[in-house]
Write a protein that binds this ligand. Structure first.
Ligand SMILES: [Zn+2]
Length: 230
């Protein structure tokens, strides 16, 4: 009896580990419906509906509650984004940047200053959120500075860290994003899975994907704060 229980516990633990850490290629690239995924939860923030992995959401909810007590409102601007969501963002910029950057490789690099290519965003994992505002100018205001200071002090104790710190503190990648926070306990494992599973050939299925093959996309994926590297 005891032995059976031991094996069934060990079995559940393995299933648990599988659920937590082993993501499929599609999951790593956002090719899922978060609404139908058992590991995701839907929630409302600022009157809009978002999705995150359950564990990341629980940590975010606790952090939001603590912030509220200090008079800080952590409204979510973006959370999980699917491959198709990212494709819409990318292709809108692809068209908008066409006249300024007729060369397709230069156009990719211009978009990559702030936006990731479909299939390469940390938002695909359900571990990352954009908080309060995605306008760099806001974080230069007094209110923006107050919110950022609160997050920098408290977010790590809830598991959240900034991947896109000032460029001077990183080895290349996207521009600084004071709004983007990543749930480290899951995201670091996913990044490691991602770099072991996804190749440049997988990153396809959108305008400019051929030109993107000329860009070292891994330098963007790994161009994050060293504290979030596996
Ligand atoms: Zn973001």
């Amino acid at each position: 009896m005891k032995r059976t229980l031991f094996f069934s516990l060990a079995g559940s633990l393995l299933v648990f580990i599988n659920f937590s850490f082993a993501l499929s290629k599609d999951e790593l690239m956002g090719k899922i419906s978060a609404h139908q995924h058992p590991d995701f939860v839907r929630f409302v923030s600022g009157g809009r509906v978002f999705s995150l992995r359950r564990e990341a959401y629980a940590a975010l909810a606790a952090m939001t509650e603590a912030a509220k007590k200090d008079g800080i409102s952590l409204v979510v601007v973006s959370a999980f984004r699917s491959f198709d969501d990212q494709k819409r963002i990318w292709e809108t910029k692809w068209k908008r940047f066409a006249s300024s950057y007729p060369d397709p490789v230069k156009r990719c690099k211009a978009i990559l200053r702030y936006s990731s290519a479909p299939g390469t965003s940390r938002h695909h994992w359900g571990t990352d959120v954009d908080l309060v505002s995605v306008d760099p100018a806001f974080f230069k205001t007094k209110e923006g500075q107050r919110i950022l200071a609160w997050l920098e002090t408290h977010a790590p104790s809830y598991g959240f860290e900034r991947p896109y710190t000032p460029l001077s503190q990183r080895n290349g990648g996207y521009e600084e994003e004071p709004w983007h926070w990543s749930y480290r306990p899951l995201a670091t494992n996913y990044l490691s899975l991602y770099t072991n599973t996804i190749t440049q050939e997988d990153i396809t299925g959108f305008s400019g994907d051929n030109a993107l093959k000329e860009v070292d996309i891994l330098s963007y994926i790994l161009g994050i704060s060293p504290t979030l590297l596996p």
